[in-house]
Each structure stands twice: as structure tokens, then as C-alpha cells.
Ligand binder design. Structure first.
Ligand SMILES: [Zn+2]
Length: 436
């Protein structure tokens, strides 16, 4: 595949595109099935105010400066719109709205010229093989889930200039509460690879690359887990290029048929394509309620950690993007006593829970007990251990990675009726040492 520079051609046809776009916009808005907006917030507002709650958002790059327009509507109708556009103007993205349940996605890439000493096209498949293998191990290790290469839908838009793949990991019955939590999982995964790099030449060569600034970085782009992220869609190219994401030749993700239609691949590749009304979906809770380093010290059998004894189902239950837990007194305690510390108002962004733990993600207030002041950018969270009847604060700052606050006794905020016993196999752990 080749890269095309369309700068000059684009100038000439820009006018033509704009005229066509105006017509397109009118067309779109007439049917009210997919509606276009100049601003992202307008698309969100429309979805709310119209009461339609499609809750599916997209964007299109319409300028080389990153200018975009935004869409809200059903997948079906958006597909019709997208597939009709010509190659050079198919610059569409899925908009992963803040807080949306989603599937794991990865953007892996490296520039060929600055890495030619160590990497060439022959390494591309080795990279994907090794990365997926390590991620599968991580899923087993952290969540007790059996994930294989077949869970990864593999899209490719590599060229002679750049290696570029999108991997979308779909696990039946599971999703992530949002892409921020997913980003933490990936960041921790990269940290582990970084520690391993000096002693594992395969990891060093295949999963770390030089960037344009001559720095060694992870092959995984860490920047794609931000709020309201736009993630390029199957069959779409970046603005000004014709280098679409297509199904990789080595994809092993199974579709309904051996020769799936483009439409079928499109549906399967959507990050937020989760049946919102299917309550059997479970959200993955991350970070794990017990810090990994503590577990590593104590467990003789790492893979047992988050698995149930007798079956393969995860202990994690879904509590869909809620801001209240089943324990209103604990919620109230956090709201009144903990999220306004340091004089900054905070709020509960989301709560995820299972039979034994509640994880409160906090917005606004970033007061961390480790540094006794607000963090600049990293958020804090609280974890309630229902078995121990304690609450601790942790945070996302790398410097506080192993920090756990002194536990607060929350017994008086729990209902007096007896609590359910733990249904997680923690036989190997000494709970007294869990929180220090
Ligand atoms: Zn901190």
C-alpha cells in the first residue's frame, strides 16, 4: 500500500467537497436518523433533548487542522451514510463518549524509517502475536478470564512508511465501564512490560519502538484513552490520505461467516457496540480491589487470584454507570466527608461494585493523602472492602502507584444485617496485611 499526499488536489476539490457536504447535511437532518452537528456538545445535547437517546456518536475529520463535525444516530443509518462517501472523504471516527461502556481497544504503531535498525515488515506479525499473547496472560492474571487471539478483531492500515494496527478485544458477556478505566489497565500493562524490557530481548525489540523524537516508547499508543476520544473507523482513512483500516490478513476473530460483509465487520469493530439493554453484561472492575504487589507476595498460585473456585464466570457484576451504590450511607459519608477535602468540590463520577468491594471514581477533587494536597491531573478513588468494613483512598498518579491510605472504619455506615460472605477465592491471602 502507498501513501498519497493530497494536499494540492485537496485544495482544488475542497470547494466541491464543501458544496457536497452542505447537501449531505441537509439530507442527513431531513431524515433525522443520523444528525450532524458542528460541535460535539451539540450532538450530546441533541441526543438528550430529543429524547431519542441513540447514544451512538461519530465524527468526521473535515480539515487537516483536526477540525471535525459530529454525528448522532443509529449504527445502521450511520453505516449507510459512511459507505456512500468516496474514499478520499471517508474520514470517519467513532466517538467514545465519556463514561460509555466499551470494548478494549488498542492503537499500535511505529514509524518504519526511525526503527529500521531493529524492525522491518517481517516483524509486524511477531509484534501482534507477542502483544496479544501478553495481553491474554494479563486478562487471565488480573481477571481470571480466558482470552485468546480469537477475541481480538485485527484491523490494519499499515503502509511502507508506518506500521499501524487497531486491535479490538471483545469478550463475550463483558465490557469496560469506560475507556478511562481501560486506559489504567493498559498503562499498568505497559509498566509491567517496561520492567521486563531489560531482561527480555523479545519484549524490548518488539513492544518498544523509537518515536519521532528519538525516544523509546511503548508500541501501544497510550494517548487513546482520553475523554470523548475519536477512534478511527473500519474503512476510514485519516484526513488527506487514502490508507483505510481494513481487516488484517492475519485476523483470527471469527465472524458469522468465513467471508463476512464489510457491514458485518463494521458492526463487530465498533468500540461502543454493547447491547445497552442486556443486563447480563458484566463490567470489568479495575484496578483490582487488592493491589497486585500485595498479591504477588502472598500468592503461591497467581492464576487463582480473581477466579471463582468452580466455574469460569468472573466475580464481577455489572452496576451500570451508576453514581449510587447499594449502600446509601457510605455514599453519603463519601459525599460529605471525603470529596471536598482541601477546599475543592468533588463528585462521584462512577461506582463499580462486586460482592466484596465498591470502587468510587471521584471527579473534581484530587486530594491525595499521600501528598496531602491536590494532584494536578490524576484522579483519586476510594475502595470499600465490604468484608473488612473499611474504606481506603488510592490514586492514579504514577508516583502513588503503591500508595494505599490508612483504612477508615465504615462499619457504622453499613446495614446491621449480616453481610454476604466473600465469593472470591482469597484463601491464600492474609487480609490483615491487605491494607497498610
Ligand atoms: Zn496520589
Amino acid at each position: 500500500m502507498q501513501n498519497y499526499d493530497f494536499q494540492t488536489i485537496l485544495q482544488q476539490i475542497n470547494k466541491q467537497i464543501n458544496e457536497k457536504k452542505n447537501l449531505e447535511d441537509q439530507e442527513i437532518n431531513k431524515g433525522k436518523r443520523v444528525v450532524a452537528f458542528a460541535k460535539q456538545q451539540e450532538a450530546f445535547d441533541y441526543d438528550q433533548k430529543s429524547g431519542l437517546l441513540y447514544n451512538k456518536f461519530f465524527s468526521k475529520e473535515i480539515g487537516k487542522d483536526g477540525k471535525r463535525e459530529f454525528y448522532v444516530g443509529y449504527y445502521e443509518d450511520f453505516w449507510d451514510l459512511m459507505i456512500k462517501s468516496r474514499d478520499f472523504e471517508r474520514n470517519y471516527y467513532e466517538l467514545i463518549k465519556e463514561g460509555s461502556n466499551c470494548h478494549l481497544y488498542l492503537d499500535i504503531e511505529y514509524q518504519r524509517d526511525v526503527n529500521k535498525e531493529l524492525l522491518n515488515n517481517d516483524h509486524d506479525e511477531l509484534i501482534v502475536d507477542l502483544l496479544i499473547q501478553r495481553l491474554c496472560e494479563e486478562f487471565k492474571y488480573v481477571f481470571g478470564l480466558d482470552v485468546t487471539r480469537k477475541n481480538f478483531l485485527d484491523l490494519d492500515s499499515s503502509s511502507n512508511v508506518k506500521f499501524s494496527r487497531h486491535l479490538i478485544c471483545k469478550i463475550t458477556g463483558y465490557c469496560w465501564p469506560n475507556n478511562e478505566i481501560m486506559g489504567m489497565f493498559i498503562n499498568d500493562f505497559i509498566d509491567k512490560l517496561t520492567l521486563e524490557k531489560p531482561v527480555n530481548s523479545q519484549v524490548a525489540q518488539l513492544l518498544f519502538v523509537m518515536n519521532a523524537s528519538n525516544q523509546v516508547v511503548s508500541i501501544i499508543d497510550k494517548g487513546v484513552y482520553t475523554k470523548n476520544r475519536n477512534f478511527r473507523l473500519y474503512l476510514s482513512s485519516k484526513y488527506g490520505k487514502i490508507q483505510p483500516l481494513i481487516l488484517s490478513k492475519t485476523n483470527q476473530y471469527p465472524f458469522n461467516s468465513d467471508s463476512p460483509t464489510e457491514k458485518e465487520i463494521f458492526y463487530h469493530s465498533l468500540i461502543c457496540n454493547i447491547d445497552d439493554f442486556n443486563s447480563t453484561f458484566k463490567t470489568l472492575v479495575y484496578p483490582p480491589p487488592i493491589p497486585l504487589d500485595k498479591i504477588l507476595d502472598k500468592s503461591s498460585s497467581p492464576t487463582k487470584r480473581f477466579t471463582n473456585n468452580n466455574n469460569s464466570s468472573s466475580p464481577y457484576k455489572k452496576l451500570p454507570s451508576s453514581t449510587s451504590s447499594p449502600y446509601p450511607d457510605i455514599d453519603a459519608y463519601i459525599k460529605t466527608e471525603l470529596i471536598n477535602r482541601g477546599g475543592v468540590s468533588g463528585w462521584i463520577k462512577s461506582i463499580t461494585t462486586d460482592a466484596s468491594f465498591i470502587n468510587y471514581q471521584i471527579g473534581g477533587n484530587k486530594y491525595c493523602e499521600n501528598i496531602k494536597r491536590q494532584h494536578k491531573s490524576n484522579h483519586i478513588y476510594f475502595i470499600v472492602n465490604l468484608s473488612k468494613k473499611t474504606l481506603v483512598q488510592r490514586c492514579f498518579d504514577p508516583d502513588c502507584k503503591n500508595f494505599i491510605s490508612n483504612p477508615i472504619d465504615i462499619q457504622s455506615y453499613l446495614p446491621s444485617s449480616e453481610l454476604k460472605p466473600l465469593d472470591i477465592d482469597f484463601d491464600n491471602y492474609e487480609f490483615d496485611d491487605e491494607i497498610k
